[in-house]
Design a protein around this ligand. Structure first.
Ligand code: URA
Ligand code: CA
Length: 433
């Protein structure tokens, strides 16, 4: 088999065989095929697309390029959740203990963040003592005992995806539905998930700004999952503004605690119940979505969900008292309100701008190895559709410096106040299964 022929075939819009897909993925992973040939193939895929069968084969070739996490020692159906990325996305912190409280085993592998705010692990490390450096055996035991544990990424997962993604990043081929879908799904499958719930974001702050594109990506990932034997569904949700109110590591832990106690922001709570009930149904822990929703809502209101969070924190060395006393979380030295410059209705809160402002305060990494400040960030007081009077606080800035002119400038540039009436955007557009 020759790489030249594979490139030519895809260039001409033909379907690659399973053997051809395996040949280039394995060859590239093992450094037997050069970057320039794989670049050409990625560009051919960008223009010619792939069939559902090709996408599934590409996904499994990437999965099998490295280690596969074996979670078979955990009893029950392991359901994982993946979000295509948002600003201040606190859902994982809430969903893990919430669905565990309904009996679903949550064996979460998570990463550190780059840009905006930290990843789930960075956020959890805002809880004094919490750590993820546990062996895979201890991790499995914790999930069997407590239904939930979080570990950092271990082993050599999907090396083919790492190489391909880096190459796509510099050859203008990231933005291709078959390539994005197979990249994301390969990582979920290699992490050992039996079933997958996807939260595909759309709107100004999302990767897929248009609903049609988000739907196409959702359908592509759902098709791959179901073809390779992982029950998969997707929820398409709004990212035209940040979800919830808090953007920042300790601030998001506090928001997660409030939500698990049943008094979190309405949009964040509703999205967690929607995603969570889909997870409960895929795990066979409820007969239908209504039953699952009722169970999760009851667990938020009865204290069962927050108790599950405390058990989870303690099992990994964390101080569970933070749930009753959030002041134990890292606190910034200064807080500042951002007053509205005019009266009207909030019509835009550009999620990326808010995320960038949080990063400028130190909440996110500028580079892979930089440190982060767990205490800083932004808490919104207003969301799209809210009326505001001149001088009223739009948001609160948590900072460890009192020179924040560049941050306030970024924030003002990210928020638009209009003199017409503005509807709240819908939270959930549709489900794909
Ligand atoms: N995220 C991924 O993991 N892969 C892509 O290709 C794009 C976004
Ligand atoms: Ca948030």
């Amino acid at each position: 088999m020759r790489m030249y022929d594979i490139i030519e075939k895809k260039r001409d819009g033909k379907k690659l065989s399973n053997e051809e897909i395996r040949f280039f993925v394995d060859g590239y992973t093992n450094d037997n095929i050069p970057d320039y040939q794989v670049s050409a193939l990625m560009m051919a895929v960008f223009f010619q697309d792939m069939t559902e069968e090709e996408r599934a084969e590409l996904t499994m070739a990437m999965v099998e390029s490295g280690d596969l996490v074996d979670l078979s020692a955990i009893s029950g159906i392991k359901v994982d959740k993946h979000s295509t990325g948002g600003v201040g996305d606190t859902t994982t912190l809430i969903l893990a203990p919430l669905v565990a409280s309904a009996g679903v085993p949550v064996a979460k592998m998570s990463g550190r963040g780059l840009g905006h705010t930290g990843g789930t692990i960075d956020k959890l490390e805002a809880v004094p003592g919490f750590h993820v450096e546990i062996s895979i055996e201890a991790f499995i035991n914790l999930v069997n005992r407590n239904k939930v544990a979080v570990i950092g990424q271990t082993g050599n997962l999907t090396p083919a995806d790492k190489k391909l993604y880096s190459l796509r990043d510099v050859t203008a081929t990231v933005n291709s539905i078959p390539l994005i879908a197979s990249s994301i799904m390969s990582k979920k499958i290699a992490s050992g998930a039996d079933a997958i719930v996807l939260d595909v974001k759309t709107g100004a702050g999302a990767f897929m700004k248009e609903l049609d594109d988000a739907r196409e990506l959702a359908q592509a990932m759902v098709s791959i999952g179901n073809r390779v034997g992982r029950n998969t569904m997707a929820v398409i949700s709004d990212m035209s503004q940040p979800l919830g109110k808090a953007v920042g590591n300790a601030l998001e832990i506090k928001e997660a605690i409030e939500t698990l106690q049943g008094h979190g922001p309405e949009d964040l709570t509703e999205l967690c119940i929607e995603l969570g009930s889909q997870m409960v149904v895929l795990a066979n822990k409820a007969d239908n979505l209504d039953e699952a929703r009722k169970q999760l809502t009851d667990n938020l209101n009865s204290g069962k969900a927050i108790e599950q969070f405390k058990v989870f924190l303690e099992a990994q060395g964390g101080d569970a008292h933070v749930a009753d006393n959030p002041d134990l979380l890292p606190q910034s030295s200064y807080t500042f309100d951002l007053p509205a410059k005019e009266s009207g209705t909030v019509s835009e809160i550009e999620a990326e701008g808010i995320g960038t402002a949080a990063m400028m305060l130190g909440a996110g990494r500028k580079e892979k190895d930089s440190g982060i400040d767990l205490s800083v960030g932004i808490v919104l007081n207003k969301k799209i559709g809210d009326p505001v009077s001149k001088g009223e606080s739009l948001l609160k800035i948590h900072a460890n410096t009192d020179t924040i002119d560049d941050v306030t400038e970024k924030l003002y540039a990210s928020i638009v106040i209009s003199n017409r009436t503005v509807e709240k955007p819908p939270l959930i557009y549709e489900n794909v299964s």
